[in-house]
Design a binder for this molecule. Structure first.
Ligand code: NAD
Ligand code: UDX
Length: 463
């Protein structure tokens, strides 16, 4: 029986996942730990509006559980020692150096966790991979635990997380499935059952799948690859729609009605972003290559190539339409997050598109309902395309969408925030330079209405 859980990593996955476990298992103490004092302080902030991540429904759960059976701290060693089960939920970014640079997953944070667990633990532990990891990582974790530990028993399980940001709480409360990978041994099965018992508190048992560890690890990469592939497939069709006079939304509806295809993940966009899709596909490509499977690697790499093309062509379309020059022109950027209902900007298409426009010396006024000014500048500065001073002189971040659009030559809609639809577009039109353009990269707005007002419009995927 699990009485105390530790989760290493208080990020977009660790935070919400543990909050839901704490909510549904009031008898279990859940300690979420992180190296980042700033992040932990934000999780412990009295003002729940200052939590480090924004997710609909999360504040209510934190309000209920924090201080009851959910705790956030930087005391990693203590949390490890106290725990019966340890979730590893640290980041696994694309490697930025050495062998596999730009493709392989960087496992240094995972290895550090494994070594720390081995060093600290004096009682048996179930160690659960929550992070997304290359197939066969559990083997490496097991090796470290068994060879550097104090001789205590460790069972390593894989339990990948399928939540999507913006809907994390709902996805965690009502998952399509929970996947648990375990060793075939008696001990492996017993450890898996312990984890099943936790999830059974709120998930129907027929939705809890147990597999071998390698299948579980690979299923996570595969699921993300399939989802991203659908977005790239519809985005490829969006370009064809634009040149043939078709409408990609109509095509998506028509094909999605086929139950074999299904209607989800067929929304054409400026390109997918987020911390997972690109990273996990690159990792898949790397793994396939490392086994000599060139055709498999090339097949999946094409999903990324198409996504990069989609972002690039959106930016160059803006430049082309604005009479081939945007130098000195104000362009309003509505939306910086990689999708609606999150403050996460990792790999957001907005960063890439803005960068292309800035290379052409456009002046940008950015508005996003949840992303901070500091985050937006940090995203641009990290590209190292311009100095921090240059970014400051070309970009302003505003808190009012109407201010962003005032005197602008064009508006680019890059995130599908619902509130953009409710804006007074007539007022926006009146305040803009003429001709006034709207580039709708999410097919979000009512194009007919905008054109009636007087806007010249471009809607992704509409010829
Ligand atoms: P994140 O960057 O938001 O959080 C990771 C946290 O781990 C950071 O706060 C970091 O400070 C902490 N950390 C790193 N090393 C540590 C250590 N040794 N000790 C203590 N803390 C440490 O990342 P995330 O978005 O939560 O993703 C975590 C993992 O989950 C990744 O493998 C990711 O691929 C996977 N995943 C993410 C999502 C998502 O939607 N973000 C969904 C499913 C799976
Ligand atoms: C994804 C997976 O969905 C989730 O299961 C996994 O655990 C983590 O990675 P996430 O990246 O948070 O989740 O969001 P998701 O909803 O998948 O969107 C990813 C990107 O694809 C966003 O930029 C989104 O705007 C884009 N997208 C999604 C589209 O452009 N069109 C679609 O139809 C769906």
């Amino acid at each position: 029986m699990i009485k105390t859980i530790c989760c290493i990593g208080a990020g977009y996955v660790g935070g919400p996942t543990m909050a839901v476990i704490a909510l549904k298992c009031p008898d279990i103490t859940v300690n979420v730990v992180d190296l980042s004092q700033t992040r932990i302080d934000a999780w412990n902030d009295r003002d729940l509006n200052n939590l480090p991540i924004y997710e609909p429904g999360l504040i209510e759960i934190i309000h209920k559980c924090r201080g009851r059976n959910l705790f956030f701290s930087t005391e990693v060693d203590k949390a490890i020692e106290d725990a019966d089960a340890i979730f590893i939920s640290v980041n696994t970014p694309t490697k930025a150096y050495g062998v596999g640079k730009g493709q392989a997953a960087d496992l240094k944070y995972i290895e550090l966790c494994a070594r720390q667990i081995a060093e600290v633990a004096t009682t048996p532990k179930i160690v659960i991979e929550k992070s997304t990891l290359p197939v066969r990582t559990a083997e490496a974790i097991s090796n470290i635990l068994k060879n550097t530990g104090n001789g205590v028993d460790f069972q390593v399980l894989s339990n990948p997380e399928f939540l999507a940001e913006g809907t994390a709480v709902q996805d965690l409360l009502y998952p399509d499935r929970v996947l648990i990978g375990r060793e075939e041994s008696k001990e492996g099965k017993k450890a898996a059952q312990t984890l099943v018992d936790i999830y059974k508190n709120w998930v129907n048992e027929d939705k809890i799948l147990t597999t071998n560890v390698w299948s579980s690890e690979l299923s996570k990469l595969t699921a993300n690859a399939f989802l991203a592939q659908r977005v790239s497939s519809i985005n490829a069709m969006s370009e064809l729609c634009e040149v043939t006079g078709a409408d990609v939304n109509e095509v998506a509806k028509a094909i999605g009605a086929d139950s074999r295809i299904g209607s989800k993940f067929l929304k054409s966009s400026v390109g997918f972003g987020g911390s997972c899709f690109q990273k996990d596909i690159l990792n898949l490509v790397y793994i396939a290559k490392s086994y000599g499977l060139k055709e498999v690697a090339d097949y999946w790499e094409q999903v990324i190539i198409l996504n990069n093309h989609q972002k690039r062509r959106f930016a160059s379309n803006i430049v082309k339409t604005l009479f081939n020059t945007v130098s000195g022109k104000d362009i309003a950027i509505l939306g910086w997050a990689f999708k609606k209902n999150t403050n996460d900007t990792r790999e957001s298409a907005a960063i890439y598109i803005s960068n292309e426009l800035l290379k052409e010396r456009a002046e940008l006024k950015v508005f996003d309902p949840k992303v901070t000014k500091e985050q937006i500048f940090s995203d641009l500065d990290r590209l190292e395309t311009r100095t921090e001073e240059e970014n400051k002189s070309l970009v302003s971040v505003v808190e009012d969408p109407y201010e962003a659009c005032e005197n602008a030559h064009a508006v680019a809609v890059l995130t599908e925030w619902d509130e953009f639809n409710g804006y007074d577009w007539e007022k926006i039109y009146r305040s803009m330079k003429k001709p006034a353009f709207v580039f709708d990269g999410r097919a979000l707005l009512d194009q007919e209405k905008l054109e009636e007002i007087g806007f010249a419009t471009y809607k992704i995927g509409k010829g």
